[in-house]
Design a protein around this ligand. Sequence first.
Ligand SMILES: [Zn+2]
Length: 287
Amino acid sequence: MGDIFAAHFAALGAGFIVSSLMGIISYRLKALSGSGVAGMVIIGTLVLGFGGLAAAVPLIIFFITSSFLSHLKSPLKAEALMIGDKGERRDLAQVAANGGIGAICIAVLAYTGNFLWFFCYLASICEAAADTWATEIGTLADRKPRSIITLRIIDPGMSGGVTILGTAAAFGGAFLIGFSAIPILLHNLNIENLFFKIIIAALAGFIGSIIDSILGGSIQARYRCPVCRKITERKSHCRVKTSLAGGIGFINNDIVNLLGTLAAAVVAFPLLNLPNFVETIRLFFCC
Ligand SMILES: [Zn+2]
C-alpha cells in the first residue's frame, strides 16, 4: 500500500492543491460548508492523485454544473429547499454521499490496475450528476412531481418525486459526465471498447438515479409536523419536533444518495464485463 502512495506522491500533492483551491472558491461562493470543503479536499486528492486527469475532469464538470444549476432559482425550488433537511451549502455527509464510492473505486483502480474500476468510478459520478441535475432542473418547471412509488402528486423536494423534465435532465447529466472522460482517455490510453464502456457507465449512472428515487420514496425517513401536518424530511418543523411518518428512521437523504452511487457502480461492473463474457460464450460454442 505504501508503494502506491509513493508512486502517486506528486499526483496526490497536485490533487491536494487543486481540490483545496476549488474548496476555497466553493466556500466563498456558498456552495460548500466548512466540513464540505474538508470532504472535497479528501475526495479530490484521492481522485486526482490516483485517477489523474481522466478521473478529475468528470468530477470537476459534475461539481461546476451542479453548483451552477443550484444557483438557478424558481418558486418550486424554494419550496423544495424548505422540505429537505439541509441548507444550500453542501456539507461533509453530502459530499461523501456523492463522491465517496467514486473515491473508493479510484483507490481500488490504483491498487489493482484493473481499468474496469475506472468505469465503475465514472458510473458513480454519472449517477451523482443525474440525481443532482434531476433535482435542480426538475424543480425549475412549475409542474409538481409524482412519487415514483405511488405515482401520486407530491410536494417538490420530497425524495422519490419524479418529473419528465427531471428524468430527461438525469439522462443528460449522466451522459454529459460520461462523455466528458473521452478526450483524455482517447489521448492517453488505448482502452478496448472505449465507447461501449462509456455508454455502460452513463447508463448505469442513469439507472442508479432511478434506484435512488425508488429508495428515496420508500425506505428514506419521512416526518410529519404536528403543527402544520406537512410531510417533511426535517426532524423539526414549525419549531417543534416532527414524528416519523414513513420509511426507516436512520435512512436519510445522504444514505440514499450513497446507495444510489453504489448502485450505479454495482450495475456497471457486470455490464462492463459483457464483451469478455460474450467472447467466452462464443469460444465455448464455436471451436
Ligand atoms: Zn410545520
